[in-house]
Design a protein around this ligand. Structure first.
Ligand code: GLN
Length: 455
């Protein structure tokens, strides 16, 4: 049914870069056979899933929506792909995204744009616009995203879907095409918190192949989503950030209105709202745009025309260095080049202390703001994004306008804690998301609050 739905609507939505009809049907047949044989399979066996194209899938094209990886077929699976396969979930295909997960609208895909199923003149968010659009258009019940600065939560907010960025290190990065290694976190995209929690438990947990993996039990997110669905939040303290509150006059009024209605709803469910102060959040965006590009400039050095995908100028007339340079010139899009230049500059001798080093110090302050706040409250809430899905082309002319999409989501990445986005209402007929941020390894509380809001 999902493959039929893809055939019917993806010509318009364009959420998928690659559909694996045969592979999905083969897994489905395996599940049928196992069920017929009386085998006890996991809770998501047979439930199809779409996977963001930044996640490596053995035998299936994986491009991170970049020309530089066009035609590359990975010889191995990411840990989360292995876990999806072990759970016997049919993989429907790979979803479109901003090139190397850099962007907030999926307009920076090297291949084509994905549209927002709510309004085809608008963006589906990014970088995981394909995964969010696939779930929003009911082409997949579940999808995988990755969140470095907001790429699961922001697309979730603008497409009316649920998205969770788990605690950094609680989900393996092995086999994710690296953007910013100290921030990248894979996570679930779904229609609601409980579906997301079920997928969260399938993909999470310690992995010795990821040096930053946390060796601790997965927070009980499924149980928390079920508890939340009872709609009782009494005894829970939810923080609103003073420094965000005083800036909401710069966000779209319709977004703030929907968010405020959500806060009222949470109060009705029994939660107590407490104001917390996080003064360093004001510096989160500039801090992120030094750290993320710095790490990216290093991670993307591997695309040299020798090891993967595209090779340009290999005609016997060019030196090795020229081949590398021509390959990178032809293979990377403008936003990726911008990040490489920014990052190389921030890391260069004479500037590293002033830029990258300073950003690391501010990152620590942001972490301390969170830690202090979580001494007072169980979770922190905010709008997920300052604005609804914008129209194509509206923000590509000015990178800063594009970067603002993640104003409220970035602090959580710099801290390493969990954050989810849950639909909270509409503005101008378009979905608005409410973000719930939790303490490190406190993913369960974010699911509980989100599920209560859905109830
Ligand atoms: N929009 C942010 C960026 O462009 C975040 C991307 C992400 O989370 N992958 O870097």
């Amino acid at each position: 049914a999902f493959l039929d739905r893809i055939a019917a609507v993806d010509g318009t939505v364009k959420a998928f870069l690659h559909v694996d009809r045969e592979g999905a049907l083969a897994t489905a047949a395996e599940v049928d056979a196992a069920v017929a044989a009386g085998q006890d399979l996991g809770p998501l066996a047979g439930v199809p899933i779409a996977v963001k194209d930044v996640v490596v899938t053995k035998g299936l094209p994986t491009t991170a929506a970049s020309k530089i990886l066009e035609g590359w077929i990975p010889p191995y699976d990411a840990t989360i792909t292995e876990r999806i396969k072990a759970a016997k979930m049919p993989i429907l295909g790979k979803t479109n995204m901003d090139e190397f997960a850099m962007g907030s609208s999926t307009e920076y895909s090297a291949f084509f744009k994905t549209v927002n199923p709510w309004d085809t003149g608008r963006i589906p968010g990014g970088s995981g616009g394909g995964s969010a659009a696939a779930v929003a258009a009911k082409m997949a019940p579940l999808a995988i995203g990755t969140d470095t600065g907001g790429s699961i939560r922001q697309p979730g907010a603008v497409t009316g879907t649920f998205g969770a960025k788990p605690t950094y290190g609680s989900n393996s990065r092995y086999g994710l095409i690296a953007f910013s290694s100290s921030l990248d976190t894979p996570g679930p995209v779904s229609r609601n918190a409980l579906d997301g929690a079920l997928l969260h438990e399938v993909i999470s947990g310690y992995d010795p192949r990821d040096s930053t993996a946390i060796d601790a039990p997965v927070p009980p997110v499924v149980e928390a989503a079920k508890t939340g669905a009872n709609g009782d939040l009494s005894g829970l303290k939810l923080g609103v950030v003073k420094e965000f509150e005083s800036s909401y006059d710069k966000a779209e009024p319709g977004v703030v209105e929907a968010y405020r209605a959500g806060v009222e709803q949470l109060v009705k469910l029994g939660a107590e709202i407490v104001e917390v102060s996080c003064p360093s959040f004001t510096y989160a965006l500039p801090t992120y745009y030094l750290i993320a590009p710095s790490e990216a400039s290093s991670n993307l050095a591997r695309y040299d025309g020798v090891r993967y995908g595209l090779r340009a100028g290999d005609d016997g007339q060019h030196s090795l260095e020229e081949v590398m340079s021509l390959t990178r010139e032809a293979g990377f899009g403008p936003e990726v080049k911008r990040r490489i230049i920014l990052g190389t500059y921030a890391l260069s001798a004479g500037y590293v202390d002033a830029f990258y080093g300073k950003a690391q110090l501010v990152r620590t302050l942001i972490k301390q703001d969170f830690e202090k706040a979580f001494e007072q409250v169980d979770a922190i809430i905010s709008p997920t994004t300052p604005f609804i899905a914008f129209k194509f082309g509206e923000r590509t002319g000015d990178p800063y306008q594009m970067y603002l999409a993640d104003l409220y989501t970035i602090p959580t990445n710099l801290y390493g804690g969990p954050g989810v986005s849950v639909p909270v209402g509409l503005s101008e007929g378009m979905p608005v998301g409410l973000q719930v941020m939790g303490p490190v390894m406190g993913d369960d509380i974010t699911y509980r609050v989100a599920a209560a809001l859905e109830s």
